[in-house]
Design a protein around this ligand. Structure first.
Ligand SMILES: [Zn+2]
Length: 383
């Protein structure tokens, strides 16, 4: 059984230990020490990393009463051990912060935290009921107040008899000694993870998003150092948008709305102008068959122009593109079934496409000369 230093003092970063076992496993060498400060993965908290005797520890997991360090190579004898404590401390901040906000949400709604995950960039907690935005904001406010109060975070090990007197949150049924993490007036929860000693060490607790998940909600949190990093990243983005839009940082959302409205207006005007231009372009088009070439390569433009042409000619076609990229086409008529025309075009010009008797759209992988030649050849008939 490994002596677990992290339960006596969660701040131990370096220690000396004796290698008890070392054997090759699937992910590396599985090393067991007589004592360890490396926390093994559990309760949603990832396993610690660092070095044992100068060898990299990739992960730490639990195996019965032992803690198994997954190492990059073999180690033996008496070894100097060093944790990646920046990472561990961020985990402690996140874990404790999650207790606080989950405690307030539970007290407010009665819902339980039924899923907890500490990811590389954020923490997610799942509740088995729908938390409202107002409740979440209030829980967030109370959580940060609890941080400012710098309350002690204690570990309690009650006996079975004592345990019945405690009203605590628990994620699952626990066998053996129950370890309760207590923050007075805030939360009491059965948990095997590592936590900071005082809430003031956590820093900010911020719910960045909430979405419906299963029967309840999934809340994404930014806590402690990760929250600071997240703030820096978001601030950088807001300043960038602020510069691009020449707007004050606190007014960028309004500025984006204005830009969107302007774009919508411009898109509308552009479409109107294009229509006017197409009307002019189509003015000399008449007779039985009429075709025009447009170099935009846009299927939408081809359709719009062709629709205008169809008011002037019996059968109208628009070919949009150039010899390099090929052509998008549209064929339209108010009274003639243009699917017959399209069929001939497709077979003559390596094309594909389809549509209704009134309008067919498609593409042709050929040259303009070839298209013009095919177009001339097409005969319209009434059968
Ligand atoms: Zn915990």
């Amino acid at each position: 059984m490994t002596e677990k230093i992290y339960y006596k003092d969660q701040y131990v970063k370096e220690f000396t230990a004796e290698v008890v076992a070392c054997q090759k496993g699937e992910r590396g060498f599985e090393v067991i020490l007589d004592k360890t400060a490396f926390f093994p993965e559990g309760g949603g908290q990832p396993g610690d990393t660092g070095f044992i005797g100068g060898v990299e520890v990739i992960d730490t997991v639990e195996s019965g009463d032992d803690v198994v360090h997954i190492c990059a190579s073999e180690v033996s004898g008496r070894v100097e051990c060093k944790l990646d404590f920046d990472k561990r401390f961020a985990n402690m901040q996140q874990h404790t912060g999650e207790h606080i906000i989950s405690g307030f949400i539970h007290a407010m709604t009665g819902f339980d935290n039924v899923g907890f995950h500490m990811g590389e960039h954020s923490v997610t907690v799942d509740f088995n009921g729908v938390v409202t935005r107002e409740q979440l904001e209030e829980a967030e406010r109370l959580s940060n107040e609890a941080v400012y109060k710098n309350l002690p975070v204690n570990a309690l090990y009650p006996s079975d008899e004592e345990l019945v007197n405690y009203d605590y949150r628990s994620k699952k049924e626990i066998k053996g000694q129950v370890r309760l993490t207590s923050i007075e007036g805030v939360d009491l929860c059965a948990c095997c993870g590592t936590h900071v000693a005082y809430t003031g060490e956590i820093g900010i607790i911020k719910a960045v998003s909430m979405m419906n998940y299963k029967q309840g909600v999934r809340i994404t949190l930014q806590i402690g150092r990760k929250a600071f990093e997240d703030y820096c990243e978001k601030n950088k983005n807001v300043l960038r948008i602020s510069n691009l839009l020449k707007a004050k940082p606190e007014e960028v959302a309004d500025a984006v709305e204005r830009v969107q409205a302007q774009m919508q207006e411009m898109r509308f005007r552009y479409t109107q102008l294009k229509k006017n231009y197409f009307e002019l372009y189509a003015q000399d088009c008449d007779g039985d068959k009429c075709c025009l070439f447009d170099d935009s390569g846009s299927a939408d433009d081809a359709r719009m122009l062709c629709d205008i042409l169809a008011d002037k000619a019996f059968v109208a076609a628009v070919f949009s593109g150039n010899d390099e990229i090929g052509y998008k086409y549209a064929v339209a008529s108010r009274t003639y079934d243009v699917r017959k025309v399209a069929k001939e075009l497709n077979s003559c010009c390596a094309g594909r496409g389809g549509g209704t008797p009134q309008m067919v759209q498609g593409s042709l992988a050929t040259y303009r000369d070839m298209i013009e030649c095919c177009w001339r050849e097409i005969e319209l008939n009434d059968d």
